[in-house]
Unconditional design. Sequence first.
Length: 252
Amino acid sequence: PPQWSIQTEGGDRHTVWSLTHETIFRELGGVLAASRLYVADGHHRYETALNFRDKMRLEHPEAPPDAAFNFVLMLLVDVQDAGLLILPTHRYVHDLEGFDAVAFLSKLAKRGHVTRQNDRAALLRAIQEPVESHRIGLAYSNPSPSGGGQGGGLVYFTVDLPPRPTSDPASELDVSRLHRDILQGALGLTEAALEDERFVGYSRDLDAVLERVASGTAQAAFLLRPPAVSDVVAVASAGQVMPQKSTICRTN
């Protein structure tokens, strides 16, 4: 029987069994010995755990091999498991001095193909369509006096950025193109501002991001499609790290 089972506020069920037989450990070790391990979510926590382990080993050289600091909790999932999901983390910008939505849209049109979407539902359908381009959703408050925007005064667009041939898999992710071509290229934000989350916010909650724009606490929202598991594998296999806030893993 399981040791314990809980359900989170988000509706996820977590069940834990305790394995104590050495035979099981050896069998699992044999199965995983030839496998490659990708840290898809939480690499900062993993690196911190390694640093903490090294620190504790120096301070406690007499500690046994089974000391708690020699271990870290992980969820291991086969990358080909259909239940493995990667969720997108959306972006919004705020407090940009002199932000002009019309001028911003004109800059985007020089970098890719911009398409007006009728409403929120049309935008969500469009960003879920399979396309070869880097498709990013955009929403901002309607600047026109007529207030002709949909959904609480918001206007919606998709921005299709053309793919570029490269041997660098991380540079051609949707999120990388958003940062490089739009947030830095069109809006002029620096890489430091993105890393420090100045003028930029991040959220997995699409509705909350759009609500921020509708309420005026954000100036524009950028909606992303989730990266494919194969994207994460390609980036890690190239010895790179996924961009900031781009991999939120869940199991279905």
